[in-house]
Every structure is written in structure tokens, then in C-alpha cells.
Design a protein around this ligand. Structure first.
Ligand code: ARG
Length: 212
């Protein structure tokens, strides 16, 4: 994972906690497997799955056609929404106002891909993680940040003078990525995920971290 994405995965001291960490632990328990969490850059996760450095990734990762060329995805376990964070006094009121602006994103995320497609790579400043993108916004180095809604809420709560625009930019499905040739693991993970959804475990983990 990339443990810089609260409440899905983040550091609590030396521990990596969050929705994905708990779902992974629950699946490992069900499957009788040992969970080891490795923290790395978000944009190296897919290559690390392909090279066998890691077996799977839970990282609030959106299912996209492009990624499906390189990895398989399990059934979805959560929904994400791309939102826009601006300074409280910003003149940006909706996605239509992003034209010509400089947009901060986390390198290699869907926010990065969509903004580069919609507004041009020149209008995107790709930063190592969401927190550094938000720092760039606070310092006036970018005009806004496009990122998933729940981390956006966490970053806005931690920093003065920011707000999330009401407009939803794009809705997406999060799923677990697994190597294409590892259908045995894919089947096991899908089966355990189905049980953990059916018995309410997945929802109770989500509810623990995301208050309605
Ligand atoms: N949902 C977005 C994507 O798949 C962002 C995920 C970022 N996750 C993370 N752990 N940093 O591209």
C-alpha cells in the first residue's frame, strides 16, 4: 500500500492502520494467511505486483481500464469520489473553473490521469502524496487539489483555510489488485471478500473510519 491516504491507509506511529489495513487483516484471518504490509509510493504498486515483490495491493485503488491491462482486480469493496480542494477565498467554484488553472494531484492517481486528460499535463503538478499536494495549495504553488473525497476531508480537517467544493468530479470503484497469473489468490480473495461483505465486516470497518 501507500500509507499516506487516510482513512484508507495511514501511519499511526510505526503501525499502518485504516480501512484497507483492517480489511486485509480480516481477509488474511479468514484465509489462514499471514499479512505483511509494505509501504511504498502509490505509483510503484502495480509494477511491484507485476514483479512479484508484493502479492496484492489494497490502496484505495480505483479500477481503470488502463490498470486492467497490467493487473487483475477483485470485486469492488468501496466507492470513491474525486473532489476538488481549494482555499476558502478561491474563485474556483466547480470543475468548469479548472480550465487554465494549476492543479495539484498525487502522482499516478486517477486524479492525476483525469486532470491531465481534461486540462493538459502542463496544468497538473504531480506531487509525491496527497499531503504534499495540500501543502503546495497552502503555499499558493497550485490553485487546487484533486483527490479522493475521504482523504480530502482528512487533509481539510488538519489544515486551516481550505474547503472541499460541493461538486463531485468523478465517481469510481475501489478494488484489490492482484497479479494477472495469480488466479488462485484472486479467487480466494474474492471468496473471502464476499463473506466479509455478507456478514457486515466490511461495512463495520468502513463505518469505524468514516462517520456518516
Ligand atoms: N483512488 C485513486 C487511484 O486509484 C487514488 C488512490 C491513492 N491511494 C493511496 N493509497 N495513496 O488512483
Amino acid at each position: 500500500t501507500n500509507a499516506a491516504f487516510p482513512p484508507y491507509e495511514y501511519k499511526d506511529g510505526d503501525d499502518i492502520v485504516g480501512i484497507d489495513a483492517e480489511i486485509a487483516q480480516a481477509m488474511a484471518d479468514k484465509l489462514g494467511l499471514k499479512l505483511e504490509i509494505v509501504d511504498m509510493d502509490f505509483d510503484s504498486l502495480i509494477a511491484s505486483i507485476q514483479s512479484g515483490k508484493i502479492d496484492m495491493s489494497l490502496a484505495g485503488m480505483t479500477v481503470t481500464e488502463g490498470r486492467k491491462q497490467n493487473v487483475d482486480f477483485t470485486d469492488s469493496y468501496a466507492t470513491g469520489v474525486q473532489v476538488i480542494i481549494v482555499k476558502e477565498d478561491s474563485d474556483i467554484a466547480s470543475a468548469d473553473d479548472l480550465e487554465g488553472k494549476l492543479i495539484g494531484v498525487q502522482q499516478g492517481t486517477t486524479g492525476h490521469l483525469y486532470c491531465a486528460d481534461d486540462f493538459g499535463e502542463d496544468h497538473v503538478n504531480a506531487l509525491p502524496n496527497g499531503a504534499t499536494a495540500v501543502q503546495a495549495l497552502l503555499q499558493g504553488k497550485v490553485d487546487c487539489v484533486v483527490i479522493d473525497q475521504e482523504p480530502a476531508k482528512a487533509f481539510v480537517a488538519e489544515n486551516e483555510g481550505l474547503k472541499i467544493l460541493d461538486t463531485e468530479y468523478i465517481t469510481e470503484d475501489y478494488a484489490i489488485a492482484i497479479a494477472k497469473d495469480n488466479t488462485e489468490l484472486l479467487d480466494k480473495v474474492n471468496a473471502s471478500l464476499a463473506k466479509l461483505k455478507a456478514d457486515g465486516t466490511v461495512q463495520s470497518i468502513i463505518d469505524k473510519y468514516i462517520k456518516a
